[in-house]
Structures are given as C-alpha cells and as structure tokens.
Design a protein around this ligand. Structure first.
Ligand SMILES: *Cc1c(COP(=O)(O)O)cnc(C)c1O
Length: 386
C-alpha cells in the first residue's frame, strides 16, 4: 500500500513526499482516507450539496462579447469562479478538505496563509462547519494584511503570528507542520494550493477539478465543441490545474498557465525541493528558494505544483509570463468592457489571453479562468494608478 501511495504522488520526476518520518505517517493516513472517501457516494453527495447551496455552483461560463469584439479574434469565454461565495476558487478546496476532515473525526483545522486569502477561505468553511480554526501567519504578513487578519477573527478563527525566521509564509508553513505532528489525532491541516507533499497536490486537484468538469459541459452546450485553449494564472497552481483537469486527455485543447514575470517558477525554475516535494523552483545564487515579488499576493510563490512542473517538461501545457503593466491594463480593460473587476491574479490570465487572441482565428474558442473577483485589490490598484 505504501509503495502504491508513494507512486501515486509522482508526476514524472516531480512531486513525492520528503518529510520527517513522524509527518510521513500522518500523511500516509491522510492519503488512505482521501482515496477511501473521494469515491464514497455519501461523501460525494455531501460535497455536491455544499458546493451548490453554500458556494453557489455551478457558476456560469460567460461569453465575453464586448471583449471578443475589442480583440477581434477568437470567442472569449470566462469561467466565473469570481461569483463563488468569498469571491474566488479557494473555497472549492476548503469545503472539500473540511468535509474530509469531518469524516476523519478531526475537531480542529489548521492552515497557513501568506496574504490571507486562503486563511479567509478556511476560516469561512470552519465557521460553517463549527470547527476550531487556527491560522498561522508570518508576523510580518499580519502587519501588512491587518484587514484580512480581522476578517479571519470575525469568522471565529485564531490567527497566530509567527515570529520565527523572517516572519513570512515559509515560517508559517513550518509552524503549521509542527502543530500537525503534535496534534494529528484531532487536527487536520488544510492546505491551500496544489503544492506540498503527497497527497496534497492530488487532493487539491480533485477538489478544484469541478471547474473544468463544469466548463467542459458548458462549452459543449453553448458551442457544440471543446475550446481551442484554456488560460489560467498560476501561483501554486490550484485554479489552473482545476481549470485544466478535464482537458488534459484532450490533445486538441491547448492548456496555458500564466505567471508574473517577477515570479516565473515554470518559465525559469529548475527541478528542486521545496516544502517537502519536488517541483520547478526559482533559486537564488546560493541555491535557496528565491524571494519573489508579485503585485498579486496570490501568485507570490517561488515553487509550483508538481503536475504543472511535469506538464511543462513534457510539453502538454504551455507557460507564459506577463508584466505588471500588462496586468494593470487587463484589470482595467475587463472592468470597462465587461463590467467585471477581476482579481489581480486573474488579470494575469486576461492579459495573456489578449496577446494570444491575435494569433488565433475568429472561429476559435478560448476559455479564461476568472479565478477571483477584484474587490480585494481595488485599493491597491488605486494607489498604483494615482
Ligand atoms: C490564491 C489565488 C490564486 C493563486 O493560487 P493558485 O493555487 O495558483 O490558484 C489565484 N487567483 C486568486 C483569485 C487567488 O485568490
């Protein structure tokens, strides 16, 4: 069984689980439970119920008619994760994992957060399911994201500022893993993206795959065929892998991940280890994970999910970068032409779609995954533009 689980955690040379033995045991158990419950009819029905009644799925695949006209190329469709409760795709995964935690008998949920978006999604799901919730956050990040700390506290979570190291996301991850090892009997670690040791990348993909399950059905209903390209932004890679999942075995569909030119893990990273798994990582001169900077907090990560790393190497998916200026322009253009203010993360995908459109024909179709809405970013964009 162990051997099999280990194999299942690999995507080519990437993925795996490189953690201390005491944590390995906890992850093996989590793996077993995940594979058991993911096919359980009652579990599936419960997940479907909450995705529908609480998250508000299914969300639309909106034809962006004015944007299509403005760009003069293929038809642009937007998958509307921005319309989910809490305003992004992260809640799909938070609900899925918390239902699993409940089945496993956990009473307490822990998570790490950098900018606070995953912390807020986790705190939301915990409030709904009446679970104790502890969010580890770098002390430096709690100062920069005071409003998100307040949001999590409003939702009933305890936010623990981490002073170790540099007081950033990486230190919060270490603290959360330590907590898990001490408290695994009653505690579930809810990881926010398609990264980390096995089974997290596989599990997060499973819960985010609802995005492409819906979009595939919707595009066939609307156009009678599959799209020519699916475009999504990549931070850790969870919205992208969810948006790609049901098209990976459709060779006619181009899959394109878009990253900030200041955090290009896929376009410039090299195979290395980060946070207990192997992927393409941006390294500095000393061979340490590089400090990245993105105007979109959710894309600010020097690693990337193992399956994306594998699809980059095999060529199944393409990965591109866009600049801050292109992102800011896309943020404004989508607002103006479609009345949709996108998250800065999602604006990366829009910015790249705009460059892609002129290379394609008018009879072709692009789906852009709109991972989240931009309310959270309006103040930041205001100060950048003034
Ligand atoms: C967190 C976040 C992202 C980046 O995370 P992925 O795991 O790469 O999807 C993208 N868009 C939004 C709106 C986010 O909140």
């Amino acid at each position: 069984m162990d051997q099999q689980l280990q194999q299942e955690g690999y995507f080519g040379e990437f993925g795996g689980s490189f953690v201390p033995p005491e944590l390995q045991e906890v992850l093996h158990y989590l793996s077993e439970q995940f594979y058991k419950f993911k096919e359980d009819p009652e579990f599936k029905e419960e997940l479907r119920y909450y995705l529908s009644e609480y998250v508000g799925r299914e969300n639309p695949l909106t034809y962006a008619e004015r944007l299509t006209k403005a760009w003069g190329g293929p038809k642009i469709y937007l998958k509307r994760e921005d319309l989910n409760h809490t305003g992004a795709h992260k809640i799909n995964n938070a609900i899925g994992q918390i239902l699993l935690a409940k089945r496993m008998g956990a009473k307490r949920i822990i998570a790490e957060t950098g900018a606070g978006q995953h912390g807020v999604a986790t705190a939301t799901a915990c409030a709904m399911f009446n679970m104790d919730c502890v969010i580890y956050m770098g002390a430096e990040d709690t100062r920069r994201q005071a409003l998100n700390v307040f949001r999590m506290e409003l939702l009933g979570a305890t936010v623990v500022p981490v002073h170790n190291g540099q007081g950033r996301l990486k230190d919060a991850v270490d603290e959360a893993l330590g907590d898990l090892v001490r408290n695994y009997k009653n505690t579930f670690y809810l990881l926010g993206s398609a990264v980390g040791p096995h089974p997290f990348p596989t599990m997060v993909k499973h819960f985010q795959a609802i995005i492409s399950e819906e979009s595939k059905r919707q595009i066939v209903e609307k156009e009678g065929r599959l799209p020519d390209a699916v475009v999504a932004c990549t931070g850790g890679g969870s919205n992208a892998i969810g948006a790609f999942a049901h098209y990976i075995d459709e060779p006619g569909v181009r899959l394109i991940g878009v990253e900030p030119d200041q955090a290009p893990s896929l376009t410039q990273g090299v195979p290395s280890m980060i946070h207990g798994f192997k992927c393409l990582v941006l390294l500095d001169e000393e061979g340490q994970p590089k400090k990245t900077y993105s105007i979109a907090a959710g894309l600010d990560y020097p690693g990337i999910g193992p399956e994306h790393s594998h699809m980059k190497v095999t060529g199944r998916a393409e990965y591109a970068t866009v600049t801050n200026e292109e992102v800011l322009e896309a943020f404004q253009e989508l607002s103006r032409t479609e009345g949709i203010i996108p998250a800065l993360e999602s604006a990366h995908a829009i910015a790249y779609a705009k460059k892609l459109a002129p290379t394609m024909g008018q009879d072709q179709l692009i789906i852009v995954n709109l991972s989240g809405r931009g309310d959270k970013d309006v103040e930041q964009v205001y100060s950048m533009l003034k």
